[in-house]
Design a protein around this ligand. Structure first.
Ligand SMILES: Cc1cc2nc3c(=O)[nH]c(=O)nc-3n(C[C@H](O)[C@H](O)[C@H](O)COP(=O)(O)OP(=O)(O)OC[C@H]3O[C@@H](n4cnc5c(N)ncnc54)[C@H](O)[C@@H]3O)c2cc1C
Length: 469
């Protein structure tokens, strides 16, 4: 068993630390922000200083795939979340409940999710990590670079630990970079003479404007419209969270200048009130300011280039490796899926740093990357649709998009479609794998005459511009 350093104690870093400690490793988490999770989760919402996580105040939702990983691999964090007011939902059971004669089967348990405000999710994860045997969390000193030793492969630097801003060095067998979207790993690798990682990155093109609300009685508004609802050139996101709280966000194209007025709480309210299926989500007390965020990048990095690792003894996980824009609420779940791969590959190859780097890259590309690509495909499709509407063109005729919309609509009427939709939405299966199942495409199409894929009732572009003016 080895000594591991996890760089960054966010959602994925803490999850990785606990899983690796469960496998017998000695784990030190090095986190830049000095403040540990406060004892009370409401203080985590109102006052926990997490300045290094730009999205800390933003709306968050944990999908069922992420919840299942938490439940089975990080049970202490799952328990904290469920025992402290986490919001439970089983989307498939919810859809089946309005379908005459449909009944859940035991396998539908996997669609059960527990979610909360970002601060609550992170509070549960960090609190569990601080208490976890085999995990030491060291806060308030950032990692500034890597230390190296004898190479394990010609021309490839081998990482033997980290150097902190204070100048202190900590040795380790493996360094795991979980420093999030703004990870400096490519610079750290350059500093030790490694090859530059391969990187694909593009601004997702969206700008988000959201705030949190709370009810007086601990309830959350009923879901009578989809949680993620496209309304022409903007979308509404209504996400239930813990302890009678929820978030309401609007997002549009970041270069759609008129929509920047969503940042004004009165404008935000006027627009949401004009959407009949979502207006009731405003019926609570606002508990946060309006928080906006743009320039959210979709990025994928690869640390094996032309068959050679950029460095050995260093693995990158979560947002530091691969991040997507948040419209589909996938980031944490994808990150936790990645942590599972990391754990598996370390268990199999910990004694051979070169083999470990290659096998982890291979697993990331074959098992995680397809989900990343499926997510960015949906982003691009939505951006194209918004741009086409702004330009006054016909709506996006992309057949894959139409099929996706049809499946979403059919999920409210048919159990097979409800489960297929649940699998795609909650990251249990790729859309391509679902539609390749024998008879699935025909089944979905057979329901098409019973469902409506008409736009949701709400403001058109002209009305929207009046609302924001
Ligand atoms: C606006 C927005 C909304 C989102 N909504 C959702 C959602 O609804 N659902 C969802 O699943 N995902 C969502 N995401 C994505 C989600 O926030 C990320 O996927 C998730 O936080 C990634 O976890 P991580 O541990 O990889 O990185 P982070 O959570 O960013 O953690 C990185 C950690 O590294 C630390 N750190 C950084 N540099 C150093 C250093 N040099 N030394 C030491 N420590 C360092 C930071 O302090 C931080 O604690 C959203 C993202 C955005 C931008």
């Amino acid at each position: 068993m080895g000594k591991m350093i996890v760089a960054g104690g966010g959602m994925c870093g803490m999850a990785a630390a606990m899983m690796l400690a469960d496998d017998g490793h000695e784990v030190v988490v090095v986190e830049r922000d000095p403040e540990p999770p406060p004892p009370d989760l409401e203080d985590a919402f109102s006052g926990w200083d997490r300045r290094s996580v730009a999205q800390f105040g933003q709306a968050h939702f944990l999908l069922a795939r992420g919840t299942q990983i938490l439940k089975h691999r990080v049970p202490a964090a799952y328990r904290l979340l469920t025992e402290h007011g986490g919001f439970r939902l089983n989307l498939v059971e919810f859809l089946l409940s309005s379908q005459p004669g449909a009944a859940p089967d035991p396998d539908d348990e996997r669609f059960e999710l527990v979610t909360g405000r970002r601060s609550t999710l992170e509070w549960a994860m960090a609190t569990a990590a601080h208490r976890h045997p085999g995990v030491t969390v060291q806060r308030g000193d950032a990692i500034a670079g890597l230390t190296t030793g004898d190479p394990k492969s010609d021309g490839v630097p081998h990482v033997t630990g980290v150097r902190l801003q204070s100048g202190r060095e900590i040795p380790s067998d493996i360094v795991i970079d979980a420093t999030g979207r703004r990870s400096a790993t490519p610079d750290w690798i350059a500093d030790i003479g490694g090859k530059a990682p391969f990187e694909e990155a593009e601004d997702s093109g969206f700008a988000y404007y959201g705030r949190y609300f709370r009810s007086k009685d601990g309830s959350v508004p009923p879901m009578i419209g989809p949680a993620l609802a496209p309304y022409g050139t903007f979308s509404v996101l209504t996400l239930p969270a813990d302890n009678g709280t929820w978030s309401v966000s609007l997002y549009g194209l970041s270069d759609d200048k008129e929509l920047r007025r969503f940042r004004d709480p009165d404008v935000h309210e006027r627009v949401v009130r004009a959407c009949p299926l979502h207006a009731h989500w405003l019926d609570g007390e606002p508990i946060s300011d309006m928080i906006s965020m743009a320039g959210v990048v979709d990025r994928h990095r690869r640390f094996v280039v032309d068959g050679t690792p950029c460095a050995t003894g260093l693995l990158t996980v979560g947002d530091a490796s691969s991040c997507t824009n948040p419209s589909l609420g996938r980031g944490i779940s994808l990150g936790l899926m990645h942590v599972e791969l990391l754990r598996r590959e370390i268990a199999e190859h910990a004694d051979d740093p070169v083999e470990l780097a290659l096998a982890y890259d291979d697993a990331t590309e074959s098992e995680l990357r397809p989900y990343h690509d499926a997510t960015t495909t949906l982003d691009r499709r939505r951006v194209a649709e918004m741009r086409a509407l702004l330009a006054g063109d016909e709506r996006d005729p992309d057949p894959a998009a139409q099929l996706g919309n049809l499946l979403a609509a059919a999920s409210t009427l048919d159990p097979t479609c409800a489960r297929a939709y649940g699998e795609i939405f909650h990251l249990f299966a790729l859309p391509s794998a679902v539609f390749e199942r024998p008879g699935m495409l025909e089944h979905v199409l057979s329901i098409s005459d019973r469902v409506s894929t008409d736009p949701l009732p709400g403001p058109d572009r002209r009305q929207l511009l009046e609302l924001v003016s």
